[in-house]
Design a protein around this ligand. Structure first.
Ligand code: ASP
Length: 331
């Protein structure tokens, strides 16, 4: 519990200058919670997560590092031209450029991200290189591309004919309209706990199809699209990035877990915060989907969404691979 207390002191409570007692009450409640099954376990957003988890499992089953598992796992989806909301084959922005966003975080709070990266098939590996080989944590656009090329990544055309066709059809009306649960924007977010109990996460996407040039969503933003705290847990987000950023969603989920909420309860609470912000702004959330997925340091997991239709893939020793439908706030 010492670690958890330190986390709280140096985190939210200290920053806000709040008294610690309410947090401590929740902390005491969390001590009573049942212990989870431990690792290894890997979770990924959406159906393509099944394939990604298989790849991550190759690392986890060999007693490997969760960080390697999440990188290898999401690379499979990035490299697949049939998966057209991530990496190679991703749908372009409204000007026809495929721009990719990714971030990665390990158990020691090492972070790396690339924003609006073009021409590189595996942005997650560039994000890891930013983390490990630069004094920075984020590189964007042209600078990110230059760095990737300097690291030996290959420059490629990422716009596959099918995505180009869709974009040309879209140009006829040029109506920007993300579609709920249809994979015109889905992100792969992956969380893993390895056999040694280390947590890591990765998040990678081509973002919203036909977005404005330069638009960045939540996915490469540490705290919004992904957050990992070895003592409290890990979380990833998918769905409309603008809404996730507004509540710093993944960090919020992890903070709630640090206070004793189970992963599913923490995800639900974060979705409720998003709903609250919609109401505050008088905006309609009918056309919006948000999903959070979370994993605790002892191997418990959970998810929650704004609308029905979100699912995630799970693989552990007990579960050889399955897709789980997620409960939703809205009917
Ligand atoms: N979160 C991603 C973005 O806003 C899209 C998604 O996950 O559906 O770019």
């Amino acid at each position: 519990m010492g670690n958890r207390r330190n986390f709280l002191k140096s985190g939210l409570a200290a920053a806000a200058g709040l008294a610690l007692s309410p947090w401590n009450t929740l902390e005491a409640a969390s001590k009573k919670k049942a212990k989870g099954p431990g690792g290894p376990v890997v979770l990924s957003t959406w159906k393509f997560g099944i394939k990604a988890n298989e790849e991550a499992w190759k690392v986890l089953a060999q007693n490997g590092y969760a960080l390697d598992a999440v990188e290898q796992g999401v690379r499979i989806i990035e490299s697949d031209p049939e998966e057209r909301s991530v990496g190679y084959g991703g749908r372009p922005d409204r000007d026809g450029h495929v721009t990719l966003d990714a971030c990665i975080m390990d158990d020691k709070a090492n972070i790396g991200a690339v924003l609006c990266l073009e021409h590189i098939k595996n942005p997650i590996s560039v994000a890891r290189a930013v983390m490990e080989k630069t004094p920075h944590v984020i590189l964007a656009g042209e600078g990110a591309l230059q760095f990737a090329l300097s690291q030996g990544f290959k420059k490629e055309n990422l716009l596959v004919p099918e995505s180009e066709r869709e974009w040309r059809t879209w140009l006829k009306n040029s109506e920007y309209k993300p579609i709920i649960n249809i994979e015109n924007h889905d992100t792969i977010g992956m969380l893993a706990l390895d056999a040694q109990g280390r947590l890591s996460g990765a998040c990678t996407t081509s973002g919203m199809a036909f977005k404005m040039r330069g638009r960045i969503g939540d996915s490469p933003i540490i705290g919004a699209g992904l957050y990992v705290d070895q003592d409290a847990g890990a979380a990833v987000a998918t769905g409309h990035g603008e809404e996730v950023i507004r509540v710093v969603g993944s960090h919020l989920v992890v903070m709630l877990m640090s206070q004793g909420l189970a992963p599913d309860e923490a995800c639900k609470e974060a979705v409720k915060q998003i709903e609250k912000k919609f109401r505050l702004r008088g905006k309609d959330m009918k056309e919006t989907q948000i999903g959070f997925l979370a994993l605790s340091p002892d191997g418990r997991y959970g998810a929650y969404a704004l609308q029905k239709g979100f699912n995630f893939a799970l693989k552990s020793k007990a579960e050889p691979g399955k897709l789980i439908n997620v409960p939703a706030l809205l009917p």
